[in-house]
Design a binder for this molecule. Structure first.
Ligand code: PHE
Ligand code: ZN
Length: 879
């Protein structure tokens, strides 16, 4: 444990390394508590550095150094120094040389799941961002690209399967022993964070893919024995991803084999190691009776994401960790596009915007706010955030909107051509966008460097006599994270004008003529656009498709919003109008609730939703989204200060019950009509029908109680319908709830992914008097602090998806989270830090609650020996 204050790393201090590593030969002998790693490095001075230092410092931690030789000569004790994070060799040759390093590490003791560790007895690695330095001493940074050859040896009975990156070049028994070996060679130079190694007793499922140019690629998914029948969907998603990247981005796969390994202990979702992706098994395993539609769609999206990294991340990697969005934002953009093509584009877009609003906006508006490309970090693992990923994707999308799809594709081609094999920067990427389009993106770059969610205020005014519609747009980004004065951004605002009959009006700008694309470019603090030849007062449809990630306010009236809800040609904005309208009404209800007044209702909202339910032209998945009113967290964020979560909960529940009452007959009819006995298919259309049916069930149960949900729970023939019922029962304080949860646990206790669902259901119970019951589950046999999925299912869900309990006025919810963070911190700092970020909204709460939360955050912060991961988060949270 370190007690010294950790020092931040700054982007402005970037320097290339004095030495480069061209070749790495690893020889790994897998032993549970003492794995031995021999590394042979071909090193040379970096020609780009004029005066390299005579000493060489390699990163390394949590290892034992057992041997060191330079050009074949063992080094003496005085020739080098080792401390707890590095190895320095004092005088290295001025020309190329070879360094041989022998170390040991203890995979069994590794509970941080970074470096080499064991998951269910299998050896696996996680090297991003800085885990390779726990396997061997190395220049563990993304701008050092080397060719890796990896020999792995293990007892055949422990680890019949031995895998690493690239192609298998040899394997066989180690004569005279019970051990065997495999040698893997990766022809593509890569940074150490893309290294991976797996050893274990795993089953595999195989397939082949023929690339556009006719090469055959072996596809292989490794899973626990007995889970082979849960890989079909992942495999199918992989093949569709490979085809899509060829068709849409012209990118082919480049090795002879593509492997995926599913493990049950993993800090994140999945990892794009070259040719050997490692996945959290919840994003691989699916069968209709074990996975929900949401699981299927996550699997599809994450398989695609990791596969797409092969070009955006691996072939072109990042110069330094400040450039993380270069691979993550871009790859999220690519997986979003893929899912949009596979499924319904508007439904996908709405889902992505919901995620952005529920996770990224609060991050950007709170104490952890940072730019898409941060300037400084203490622990890089804390920067795998919604801002880097989701806002990073929005920034790429905005460039596509600004320069248009053709220029965007040209720019991507140029990027791949120019930077293949390199460690690139955000500037390199944006320069390609400029060169392909001939447009300057100087001002646009501010999206990468300026934190905070911009606020756009839009006011429309019709001047009948001149047939002019005037739209005034002002922009403002609130101060955040050390950035006080914000510059105006370059913002693409897609719009439409709609006449009283619901027809789209042509967009003609005064002095410019007809707009080529319906996009206004906002570049100043205030700008007015004059649309000409407008015959009658139009309703403007603003920020169509969410063309820019901003908080938009306008002078649209309630009637305008109701009109857009039913008539906008842009489906996204129909949903958005509903959210805006319902959000406005809900905020009034919250006010009623906090004043103990009768809660108001809204007939017009009920009517609009009724029309939506009756409209058979609408996709069921879309209707389901329309019926989902802004969440409690959403409303809390809109209120922003002095938040009372119980008033929000009461107001929202009341309005939902009101709507259910008004729509009751139609809902009953719909529920029956949507019930079918067809075999389960994960296809988007079928999933959409189930989503609508489960949303309808939720509404109905608010009037009719638990009966229908209980019946659905018992009769369900797939996990989606079963979970749909459980999600509803889970919020009803009745014996049916307990019965269903117990039945679910008993039926599924042998299946760790279903046990996670059960933990999450328990954690979501919105009953403030039952927090102790939730907390007691940390002692349940099904729970383990060492398995991130369990921690996230129970404590993560509790602190994010159960606002009334987490924010209990007696502080017991905050105490539960803080106690868990403290217990976890020494085992797994990355996950502890991420968990502690759930405190980020503490300042928004009413004074009583925020004082209690603050005390808990301070309690975490004052713990001696706290990891720098958690320390960075809680320190910033308190600032
Ligand atoms: N690079 C991974 C992805 O987004 C995420 C990840 C980061 C996984 C760090 C593990 C550790 O695809
Ligand atoms: Zn990624």
């Amino acid at each position: 444990m370190k007690t010294d204050t950790p020092r931040p790393i700054h982007l402005k201090d970037y320097r290339p390394t004095d030495y480069l590593i061209d070749e790495v030969h690893l020889d790994v002998k897998l032993v549970p508590q003492q794995t031995r790693v021999k590394s042979v490095l071909a090193i040379r001075p970096n020609p780009a550095v004029s005066d390299p230092a005579s000493s060489l410092t390699l990163d390394g931690e949590q290892m034992e150094l057992t041997g060191l030789a330079l050009d074949g000569q063992p080094l003496a004790r005085g020739d080098y120094t080792v401390d707890d994070k590095s190895l320095t060799i004092d005088n290295v040759p001025s020309g190329p040389f070879t360094l041989e390093i022998e170390t040991t590490c203890d995979p069994d003791a590794n509970t941080s799941l970074s470096g080499l560790y064991r998951s269910s007895g299998n050896y696996c690695t996680q090297c991003e961002a800085e885990g390779f330095r726990r396997i061997t001493y190395y220049l563990d940074r993304p701008d050092v690209l080397a060719r890796f050859t990896t020999r792995i040896e293990a007892r055949r009975s422990d680890a019949p399967v031995l895998l690493s990156n690239g192609n298998l070049v040899a394997s066989g028994p180690v004569e005279g022993t019970e051990r065997h070996f495999a040698i893997w060679e990766d022809p593509f130079p890569k940074p150490s964070y893309l290294f991976a190694l797996v050893g274990g007793d795993l089953a595999d499922v195989d397939d082949v893919f023929t690339t556009a140019s006719g090469r055959e690629v072996t596809l292989r998914i490794y899973v626990e024995h007995g889970k082979e029948d849960r890989c079909d969907y992942a495999m199918d998603a992989l093949k569709r991803s490979m085809r899509w990247d060829e068709e849409v981005f012209g990118r082919e796969y480049d090795l002879d084999i593509f492997m995926i390994v599913a493990v049950s202990d993993f800090n994140m979702g999945a990892m794009e190691n070259k040719g050997l992706n490692i996945f959290n098994d919840k994003y691989i395993l699916a069968r209709p009776d074990t996975a929900t539609d949401a699981d299927y769609s996550n699997i599809e999206g994450i398989i695609a994401h990791e596969y797409f990294h092969n070009w955006t991340g691996n072939r072109i990697t990042c110069r330094d960790w400040f450039q993380l969005c270069l691979k993550e934002g871009l790859t999220v953009f690519r997986d979003q596009e893929f899912s949009s093509d596979m499924r319904s584009r508007p439904v996908k877009r709405i889902g992505d915007v919901k995620l952005l609003r529920s996770h990224q906006f609060p991050e950007d508006g709170g104490p952890l706010s940072h730019p898409v490309r941060p300037n400084a970090y203490i622990e890089i693992n804390n920067f795998y955030t919604a801002t880097v990923y989701e806002k990073g994707a929005e920034v790429v999308r905005m460039m596509q909107t600004l320069i248009g799809p053709e220029a965007f594709r040209k720019a991507m081609d140029l990027y791949f051509e120019r930077h293949d094999g390199e460690a690139a920067t955000v500037e390199d990427f944006v320069t390609c966008m400029e060169d392909a389009s001939g447009r300057s993106l100087d001002q646009f770059m501010l999206w990468y460097t300026q934190a905070g969610t911009p606020e756009l205020a839009v006011a429309g005014k019709f001047r009948r006599s001149e047939r002019v519609f005037e739209l005034t747009v002002t922009q403002m980004t609130p101060p955040s994270g050390g950035q006080r004065k914000k510059q105006p951004l370059h913002i693409p605002l897609e719009i439409g004008l709609i006449d009283a009959d619901g027809e789209a009006l042509p967009l003609k700008l005064d002095g410019h003529g007809a707009l080529e694309r319906p996009v206004l470019e906002i570049t100043e603090e205030e700008q007015t656009f004059h649309f000409t030849d407008v015959p009658d007062k139009p309703v403007p449809s603003l920020n169509r498709g969410f063309s820019c990630p901003v908080k938009l306010t306008s002078n649209l009236s309630d009637d305008d919003l109701l009109f857009l809800m039913s008539r906008d040609q842009d489906p996204f904005n129909r949903w958005e109008a509903c959210q805006t309208y319902a959000g406005k009404k809900l905020l009034q209800c919250v006010e009623d609730a906090s004043k103990n007044q009768t809660l108001r209702t809204d007939e017009q909202l009920a009517e609009a939703l009724d029309a939506c339910l009756a409209d058979t032209a609408l996709e069921p998945a879309f209707v389901a989204l329309m019926l989902n009113l802004p969440s409690e967290n959403d409303l809390a964020a809109r209120i922003g200060t002095n938040v009372d979560p119980w008033a929000i909960h009461t107001a929202r529940s009341n309005l939902m019950a009101y709507l259910a009452g008004v729509l009751h007959d139609r809902l009953i009819g719909l529920y029956d009509r949507l019930t079918d006995n067809d075999p389960y298919s994960p296809a988007a259309a079928d999933a959409g029908r189930r989503a609508l049916r489960n949303t309808v069930l939720d509404l109905l149960s608010r009037i009719d109680g638990p009966d229908v949900a209980s019946r659905q729970f018992k009769n369900a023939s797939n996990m989606t319908d079963q979970m749909g019922a459980l999600n509803v029962l889970g919020t009803i304080d009745a014996p049916e709830r307990t019965d269903a949860l117990n039945a679910f646990y008993d039926a599924n206790k042998a299946d760790h992914l279903l046990v996670d669902k059960w933990l999450a259901l328990n954690a979501m119970a919105p009953f403030p008097d039952k927090i102790a019951e939730i907390r007691a589950l940390t002692d349940h046999a099904a729970f383990s602090l060492k398995t991130p999925n369990k921690v996230r299912a129970l404590v993560g869900t509790f602190s994010i998806a159960n606002p009334v309990c987490f924010n209990h006025e007696d502080g017991s919810g905050y105490r539960f989270l803080a106690d868990t963070v403290l217990a976890l911190d020494s085992l797994n700092p990355q996950v502890a830090a991420r968990l502690s970020s759930a405190f980020k909204n503490w300042r928004m709460m009413e004074p009583g609650r925020s004082a209690l939360a603050k005390a808990e955050i301070e309690r975490i912060k004052s713990r001696k020996g706290l990891s720098r991961d958690t320390l960075e988060i809680v320190t910033k949270t308190l600032q």
